[in-house]
Design a binder for this molecule. Sequence first.
Ligand SMILES: Nc1nc2c(ncn2[C@@H]2O[C@H](COP(=O)(O)OP(=O)(O)OP(=O)(O)O)[C@@H](O)[C@H]2O)c(=O)[nH]1
Ligand SMILES: [Mg+2]
Length: 204
Amino acid sequence: MLIRDARFLTSNTRVDLCPPPDRPEYAFIGRSNVGKSSLINMLTSRAGLAKTSASPGKTQLINHFLVNEQWYLVDLPGYGYAKVSKTARAEWQKMLNAYLQRRENLACVCVLLDSRLPPQASDLEFMENLGEMGVPFVMVFTKTDKQSAAQTRTLLAAYLAKMAESWDELPQYFVTSATTKAGRDELLGFIDGVNQQLAAAPGA
Ligand SMILES: Nc1nc2c(ncn2[C@@H]2O[C@H](COP(=O)(O)OP(=O)(O)OP(=O)(O)O)[C@@H](O)[C@H]2O)c(=O)[nH]1
Ligand SMILES: [Mg+2]
């Protein structure tokens, strides 16, 4: 997919204030600092479109971007960020659940996972929840430039083996780097395919 245009629309904390649910939406989520905002910039080839930061907890709102006037990309705050208060975390959980359950045009959630780490409880739990809510998702492994291809393969195999313990069918996955642009064509191709399926679906 060629990215002709990508622009920021809105930031907010409430699902009812999000842009009209009139086109397919892809939400990027994952633990703080996993590389969500960087991946969005890499996919759209717009450095600085989504704000990135070396310190976790940078993204705090539901941020909508419009791509090619055709689909929405959403940058969500990271979960599992220890330095926020319990109250703030509970608020964020409430906002996130409302978003996941009520955002009717949500086509797919991209769950970002640091390719250098073994399966983390918070990620496994988050994916379980998505499964229970019936929200479609894919796994996106990030930061593969930070290690050798062999190391990525080993960790990926271990991750898939862990997932196979609780999932009959493994979710689709992508192996990416915001630095080398690895996985860009694959992920954009996937989004394009889903967009086309949705456009062809009855009632679309
Ligand atoms: N080497 C490398 N660094 C990356 C990559 N992706 C992100 N980073 C770095 O990791 C840090 C966090 O990236 P962000 O994109 O801000 O992460 P985030 O998930 O949006 O973080 P929060 O909004 O705080 O939850 C930054 O210092 C990025 O430069 C990658 O693919 N390769
Ligand atoms: Mg961010």
